[in-house]
Design a protein around this ligand. Structure first.
Ligand code: CP
Ligand code: NVA
Length: 311
């Protein structure tokens, strides 16, 4: 059977995301009672990273150990696409690994890897999207509000990789997604068109003013204004996003919202200490949920979830 991949959340149906969440909730509850259920004994997770990481790397490495498997980290010296072609690299790595978590500078490079791998490929962040992040975020929102259906989720800031995955996740899970962002940094038309095609019932509201966007929201989310790889644009972006800081004043419009940030945060830029460390903040729970959600992804993709065959 062909392996399943997670390149973007368009790869999963609503029902499959709910299945992943159910596994994640079950494994998280068991872990809180000291039980590490070995659903994937002996499985090997390759960790292929072209960019730095704390959460993605540490959460996948810890998660696969809990599941009874192990991981191997492959940094720049592995030479993906440099020492040898992506085709040779993917075919050979598939001989050793059951799944590859891959953080790449260019989304297309992950899509190309998928074409040559006989094991599962999981996107651990590209310039285009960050699906594992959005799964953990929506799991956190559900924990905080008890449900997802009909909630208002507002993202304030750059329409970047994280925002794209959140828009898809919200669209698949019945959450109304709002984004407040300067016009020059909004979602590109091909993405909006794909959302309309694949998720015609999704609510995706684009605006420039953060105040109406966050008013009565159930979640207020932000991310850095300049992502990894955009360091040269930092000053220009800091000026463009100056009115988009999530601070105490903005959060007054969303008293029932949970505050979320994928991290790492640039405190004093897109978010203040007051909000990051305030009573509405769930950023540590959210980061912890990276591991729980990804254990659900691994069990689902590698066939330990009941409905999939073994990889
Ligand atoms: N949120 C996130 O992906 O963090 P890292 O870049 O540290 O993995
Ligand atoms: N948008 C950020 C997310 C980091 C987890 C980046 O790509 O750098």
């Amino acid at each position: 059977m062909a392996p399943r991949h997670l390149v973007s959340l368009f790869d999963l149906t609503t029902q499959e995301i709910e299945q992943i969440f159910a596994i994640a909730r079950d494994l998280k509850a068991k872990l809180s009672n000291g039980i590490r259920e070995p659903l994937l004994p002996g499985r090997v997770l390759a960790m292929l990273f072209e960019k730095p990481s704390l959460r993605t790397r540490a959460s996948f490495e810890a998660g696969i150990v809990h599941l009874g498997g192990s991981s191997m980290f492959l940094g720049a010296d592995a030479g993906w696409g440099q020492r040898e072609s992506t085709a040779d690299f993917g075919r050979v790595l598939s001989e050793f690994a059951d799944a590859i978590v891959c953080r790449a500078k260019e989304h297309r490079k992950v899509e190309e890897l998928v074409e040559h791998c006989s094991c599962s490929v999981i996107n651990g962040l590209t310039d285009w999207c960050h699906p594992c992040q959005a799964l953990a975020d929506l799991l956190t929102l559900e924990e905080r509000h008890g449900t997802l259906q009909g909630l208002k989720f507002t993202y304030v800031g750059d329409a970047n990789n994280v925002a794209r995955s959140l828009a898809i996740a919200c669209g698949k899970l019945g959450v109304d997604f709002h984004i407040a962002c300067p016009a020059a940094y909004q979602f590109d038309e091909p993405f909006l068109e794909r959302m309309r095609q694949e998720l015609p019932d999704a609510t995706l509201t684009v605006c420039e003013d953060p105040v109406p966007a966050v008013t009565d929201a159930h979640a207020v989310y932000t991310d850095v204004w300049a992502s990894m790889g955009q360091e040269a644009e930092e000053q220009e972006r800091a000026a463009a996003f100056a009115d988009y800081q999530v601070n105490g004043q903005l959060m007054e419009h969303a008293p029932d919202a949970v505050f979320l940030h994928c991290l790492p945060a640039r405190r004093g830029m897109e978010v203040t200490d007051e909000v990051m460390d305030g009573p509405q903040s769930a950023v540590v729970q959210q980061a912890g949920n990276r591991m729980h959600a990804q254990k659900g992804v691994l069990a689902f993709l590698l066939g330990a979830a009941g409905s999939q065959s073994s990889a």
